[in-house]
Design a binder for this molecule. Sequence first.
Ligand code: NAD
Length: 507
Amino acid sequence: MPRPAKQANAKTRRPRAREAGHHAAEPALQFGSAWDYAPAPETLPVPLKKRYPLYIGGGFVPAASGKTFASINPATGRAHARIADGGRADVDAAVAAARKALDGPWGKMPPAERGKYLFRIARMIQERSRELAVLETMDGGKPIKESRDIDLPLVAAHFFYYAGWADKLEYAFPGRRPGPVGVCGQVIPWNFPLLMAAWKLAPALACGNTVVLKPAETTSVTALHLAEIFADAGLPDGVVNIVTGAGATGAALVGHPGVDKIAFTGSTEVGKKIAAATAGTGKRLTLELGGKAANILFDDAPLDQAVEGIVNGIYFNQGHVCCAGSRLFVQESVYDKVLRKLADRVATLRVGDPLDKNTDIGAINSGEQLGRIRELVDSGVAEGAELHQSRCRLPREGYWFKPSFFTGVTASHRIAREEIFGPVLSVLTFRTPEEAVERANNTAYGLSAGVWTDKGSKIFKMAKALKAGVIWANTYNKFDPASPFGGYKESGFGREGGMHGLAPYLR
Ligand code: NAD
């Protein structure tokens, strides 16, 4: 079984790190071919279509321009569908349809009836969850075990959760008479296509709004399958409209005068543009942006469990996770031990066909994202950090990156400051809790953090001091529809999930 290989820029090569010495003293176990699993691909086929139109006013329509663009399966690098390229005219039509539904049947519907639609949608998602999971994996590259066991159950759970709130809004905000904000423009990223759609759509609809949703250009397919569910559920025409396209389509939606609220999840760079575009327009805005989370490991933590959490924190969904624990802070007294355990665990991660149930790490979402990851990793090596990579073999076609971690990282390195959004961890150290807090908070972001310790009091102390919207203790990447999620500083503002997630959609 291969161990991660260590690479360093020839100019900046350092003496062998201590963990490497530890490895040399302990010969690796050889499992031979018995360690190789037989392929276990998820059964196909699924109803992947050749062409995906827009969903406007309850109907599936081509883009007014007639233009389409390719959706690539990142595991093969080949186009597997064509997506309608929505433009300004399509955004106009979608916003008009949303307004008509708001002023018409949806706006007049008793809240309990609205809730019934959401319950029905949630059940239909469950019924079609296998199909949706396979499509999500084919279109986005994430391992089937994640789309099947994490994304899809959470998608349904969000609709169930917010369905329950639809007729209880006055209990959520006592003494007020909450009403919908109006027509909501929602723009989402590619890392959790259906889950981000659910995070946005479910609370908006529960509160009585209507929506125009703009999926990310590399992962539009499943949003259109979700549209089929809305149509099959009998959701009144125009309550949800889906306009696919790239950044220009998103910008047209953000700038549309008929939109009352913008909810955006994506990069901090685009978030800033959206904040500028909506400033002074009276539009409501929530921004869920990037992150560079600290995962802090104290020497009193159960180390094996913590290493599992670290691995989950950074390699889940190929590291395409806004709240990924991408900066690991290890207390110096256990640094060698943790590094050895981490290297051993990284060596066992299975990279390959996302449709294989044994796969831990799937394909990088796009060639463009792979380029970004490579560029940042190269900068880490050039700045003098030591790169450790799994020796796994990568498929020849498609977009892949070996699970990697850096040691010898300093706070000024780009890999410690910038979001890599790939399977790459930066390992740093600390001595005292105070130092851990100071180093963890030394970032422009503030989305999430993790704390690993045996001491409850330390957890509370750290949670209070860390500037992050979500803090996990002795676990990582745990999501629940009842729990609010969102950031500080350059990670954005506003909360999604839980009762807090209702407020941005209510007047
Ligand atoms: P991105 O900002 O490039 O794109 C996000 C969406 O915005 C896409 O649909 C894109 O087409 C659209 N868009 C691009 N330019 C636009 C513009 N000028 N106006 C309006 N819309 C525009 O981000 P991405 O690469 O798709 O996603 C990765 C980023 O998303 C990461 O930074 C990640 O941290 C962040 N993210 C944050 C959360 C969170 O909850 N905080 C969740 C998931 C992803």
